[in-house]
Write a protein that binds this ligand. Structure first.
Ligand code: CP
Length: 355
């Protein structure tokens, strides 16, 4: 079924659309076999990932000179983007903002609904539709799961659709974080993620970054996952089912020490207190899931330590000095690969490759 048929058949109401399997929804968010709305990590297959990684590398190289930066700045100077971030963010917001500037995209932003007409009772859906009247792309972070997807569904039904990028929605998905995490692994392992053992540590139940990164692992052969968490914050069953379906081996453990020496990458996460309505975080001893300086002697000499950041206590700042701690590089990678994604959506990725 092509996109037009899809629009007229199944997408008439959000309730029915939202219940479809992801694979059934994807054509609705795709144009000319390219990503149009970037909403789910499942949109990023291996070919797309490697294309985006190469584009990010080419853009970095190209912008090392003033002349190259001027060319990059002109690629999308006719476009405008809205950053609608109504949930706190430092890295995702700033990396998208600066990625827009690298490509010459002009930006506007709302970071607090109290400064928009939502305080007068305008629905979030109408607010976003209003932004779309003024811009060519909307990049969003929103606390409600599914809201970013609903916005993209809604926009695709209007006579002026604009691409929507998910910068984090509820506890659900953070696909561009997964994209930058995979880009960081790709660069750390000289392009060879196949066969690696990756430990994800911390609050896996409520961390959207580990959920999205787990989805991407289906693109790599022979990857093994170790989920290390307190029993209260184990990875959710939908992800475990996904891994079983795709024959991706995983273990679950509360014993961080038992997997440290085997891992090629350790992906640390913080406890997600902001989702804590029932006070469940307070009852958990999180300290066995900290990475401390003394652990540096227990991990492989070429193991890399990642963290989507921000961190609180889970990585000792003394670890930062070790060359295997790559989380500062990881956040910078986000700006380049997000620029590559927007270049892809607007069709200037081939111009970057050419330059
Ligand atoms: N990793 C991440 O999403 O960071 P921010 O919340 O600061 O955007």
């Amino acid at each position: 079924m092509d996109r037009t048929q899809l629009m007229t058949s199944i997408s008439a109401d959000w309730e029915s659309f939202s219940k479809l399997e992801i694979a059934e929804k994807l054509p609705y968010f795709t144009r000319n076999e390219k990503i149009y709305d970037c909403l789910f990590a499942q949109q990023l297959d291996r070919g797309r990932l490697e294309h985006l990684f190469r584009t990010a590398d080419a853009l970095r190289k190209m912008t090392k000179t003033r002349e190259g930066m001027n060319i990059a700045n002109s690629l999308l100077s006719h476009k405008r983007a809205m950053l609608y971030f109504v949930q706190p963010s430092t890295r995702t917001f700033l990396s998208f903002l600066n990625a827009c500037h690298i490509l010459g995209i002009k930006t506007s932003e709302i970071r607090d609904t109290t400064t928009s007409s939502e305080v007068k009772g305008e629905t979030p859906e109408d607010a976003v539709r209003t932004f779309s009247s003024y811009v060519d792309m909307i990049i969003m972070r929103h606390p409600a799961p599914g809201f970013v997807e609903k916005t993209a569904w809604l926009m695709n039904r209007t006579d002026r659709p604009v691409p929507i990028i998910n910068g984090g929605s509820g506890k659900d998905q953070h696909p561009t974080q997964a994209l930058l995490d995979a880009y960081t692994l790709y660069k750390s392992f000289d392009g060879e993620i196949d066969g690696k053992t990756i430990a994800m540590v911390g609050d896996l139940k409520r961390g959207r970054t580990v959920r999205s990164l787990s989805y991407l692992m289906k693109n790599y052969k022979g990857v093994k996952l170790a989920f290390v968490s307190p029993k209260q914050f184990r990875m959710e069953n939908d992800i475990l089912e996904f891994l079983r379906r795709h024959n991706i081996p995983f273990i679950e453990t509360e014993d961080f020490g038992s997997v440290m020496g085997e891992a090629d990458a350790i992906y640390m996460t913080r406890i997600q207190d902001e989702h804590d309505k029932a006070g469940e975080s307070k009852a958990v001893d999180y300290s066995p899931f900290y990475f401390k300086k003394e652990h540096l002697g227990a991990i492989k000499k070429d193991c890399v330590i990642l963290h989507p950041l921000p961190r609180r206590f889970e990585i000792d700042p003394a670890v930062d000095e070790d060359r295997r701690a790559i989380y500062w590089r990881q956040e910078r990678n986000g700006m380049w690969v997000r620029a590559a994604l927007m270049a892809h959506i607007f069709g200037v990725d081939s111009a970057i490759a050419h330059e």
